[in-house]
Design a protein around this ligand. Sequence first.
Ligand code: PEP
Ligand code: MN
Length: 388
Amino acid sequence: MRDMLSEALSRPAAQQPPWPDAARARSVSAFLVTLPPLVTPGRIRELRWDLARVARGEAFLLQGGDCAETFAGNTPEHVRGNVATLLRMAAVLADAAGRPVVTVGRTAGQYAKPRSQAVDGLGLPVYRGDIVNAAEPHARARIPDPVRMLGAYQNARATLDLLGPEQPGAVYTSHEALLLDYERALLVPDPDGLPRLYAGSAHFLWIGERTRQPDGAHIAFARLLANPVGVKIGPGTTPEQAAEYVERLDPEAEPGRLTLISRMGSARVRDVLPPIVERVTATGHQVVWQCDPMHGNTRESAIGYKTRHFDDIADEIEGFWAVHRALGTHPGGVHLELTGDDVTECLGGAQGITEYGLAGRYESACDPRLNAGQALELAQRVAALFEK
Ligand code: PEP
Ligand code: MN
């Protein structure tokens, strides 16, 4: 197992921070290894069973939370507000779907962000999430500091304490498996001695759109995990590539082992997704099909805010639904950026947030989130699709 892990991590890894002092990064990792894992294999296995039900169309997957959690924003009010929003949405969806909803927070570890540019608008090295550097617009703040991995661990631990014991009914946790030094340090050997590893950082991990290179370190790492894993697939994904993820990440053809998270954009989902779904269906594997209607619909507002329109978000889900209905596959879930806080980051919704309204309470450390009202409204839109 150790050899396979070393091989996986020796592959090219995109989006890793340039730690200025490699010895310091190594000593932080060595300390992190001594800390207890954040989640347990038993509860990870429960999520595998739950996702098998989602893959078979017997349950629905609701996943959501902040784009980027922050250490300063990790307050009981914020965490409880996000979870309460998810649970209210889950109740609406379960009622409409007539089947259980598996609820997964983007929480207790969503601290690392992939970035498309290495420098920001001010010419500073980009903010890569609180696990790597600080968002403050100063060159010093942006220097990657591996000690921040310990801050992420402690903050994740505090969030988990708030979420309560790991037991049926409690929300599962997830984040993007981006920062490999962190993920590697929290691996747990299989309690039954089987040749596989559990990520101890969260129940569910996904590989992002920018780190899904088929021969790269992230996909190879995900392959070794016993946790259920996801891969974000954007509009550039070919049906062949999608089939390759299935073969690599679900070699034993276990329903729900792999979640394919499509994030195509509302204008493209109806054209780009069908050949991918057909090709994956032809492999015979049962994946979870999940729609992320956020990341393909991001744009800049008139006054420079990164935003998304509620109507585009709802429309991408409707397109995703139509594709699966036409092909006889299950629209298995949604993956959303949302918060229980009364923010003004996404346009539209019943509240009618306008381009100028965005300035009121724009607090996201990265991408724009639905506020509690918009999130509930979206849940009702999804509920209506079940009722059709
Ligand atoms: C995200 O989920 O915050 C994200 C960066 O998504 P993607 O990898 O799909 O761009
Ligand atoms: Mn995001």
